[in-house]
Each structure stands twice: as C-alpha cells, then as structure tokens.
Design a protein around this ligand. Structure first.
Ligand code: HEC
Length: 129
C-alpha cells in the first residue's frame, strides 16, 4: 500500500514537472529574437565604451568576436527568407569580419570599425524588419 502511494505521488510530481517544463518552453524566447538581442547587447556595450572613452583593445575584440559568432546564427534563425535577406546577412558578416580584423585599439578606431556594422544592421532592418 505504502509503495503504491509512493508510486502515485511520484507520478503526480512528474506530471507537474512536465507541465512546468512545457509552459517554460512555450514562453521561451524565439531563437531569432535571441540572436538579435545578443548582437544588440554587444553593440550597446561597445557604444557605451565609446561614450565612456574606454575602448581597450581586448574588450573591443571580445565583443566584436561575440557579435561575429552570433551573426553566424542569423541564417539558422531565419531559415525561410528571400535571397535579398541573405545578401544583407552577408553584408553584416563582411562588416564584422572587417571589424574583427581591424582589432581597434582606440575609440576612434572602434567608431570607424562599428560604422559599417551599424550600417549593415540598419540596411537589413529597413528592408525586412
Ligand atoms: C539580414 C538581416 C538582419 C541583419 C543584418 C540584422 N538584423 Fe536585426 N532584425 C532582423 C529582422 C528580420 C528582425 C525582426 C525579427 C522579428 O521580430 O521577427 C530584427 C530584429 C532585431 C531586433 C529586435 C529583436 C526582437 O525581436 O525583440 C534587434 C534588437 C536587432 N534586430 C538588432 C540587430 C543588430 C544590433 C544588428 C547588427 C549587428 C542586426 N539586428 C542585424 C534582421 C536583421
């Protein structure tokens, strides 16, 4: 009898857990919003660093490469878009490759490196957002 009660209790707890997990999944952030939000975060930190005049090379390199990695997920996050979208995506990847390669060590260099990146974000948003 006691064993049976424990089994029933176990099942009930399991069912509750499954319900929580399902509702957490349903409320989950969609992947495409997550990709954009992560890029926005790194862009925001870098622009904040420029405003604060604190543009150390290491910090800039970290944020730029995180942005470049995340941009690499845009294709998977937006699978069913038209060719022009993927061209805009290529534009961003190219701009980010350039910014990472530039390895900006001053605020002036960081501003110059971010310019084509910001333009690439904007140009896609104008068409597709
Ligand atoms: C190739 C196209 C493209 C590029 C490049 C692009 N975006 Fe987006 N972005 C979109 C689209 C499409 C949406 C709208 C997604 C939606 O709401 O379904 C969006 C939405 C966003 C959002 C709102 C996300 C949300 O759902 O709350 C932010 C923030 C954002 N982008 C930041 C950026 C930043 C920063 C960059 C550049 C580093 C960038 N995006 C580059 C296509 C692009």
């Amino acid at each position: 009898m006691r064993a049976l009660l424990l089994v029933v209790l176990g099942l009930a707890v399991g069912a509750m857990g499954a319900t929580f997990a399902l509702s957490a999944l349903r409320q989950g952030t969609p992947f495409h919003s997550g990709v954009m939000a992560v890029m926005q975060h790194h862009m925001g930190v870098l622009r904040g660093n420029v405003r604060a005049k604190q543009c150390d090379a290491k910090g800039s390199a970290d944020h730029l490469s995180r942005m470049r990695e995340t941009a690499g997920d845009i294709r998977q996050a937006f699978p069913d878009m038209e060719p022009a979208f993927f061209q805009a995506d290529d534009g961003l990847l190219k701009a980010l490759d350039g910014a990472v390669a530039a390895a900006p060590g001053t605020c002036e260099a960081l501003v110059a490196a971010l310019k084509p990146v910001g333009d690439a974000c904007q140009s896609c948003h104008q068409q597709f957002r």
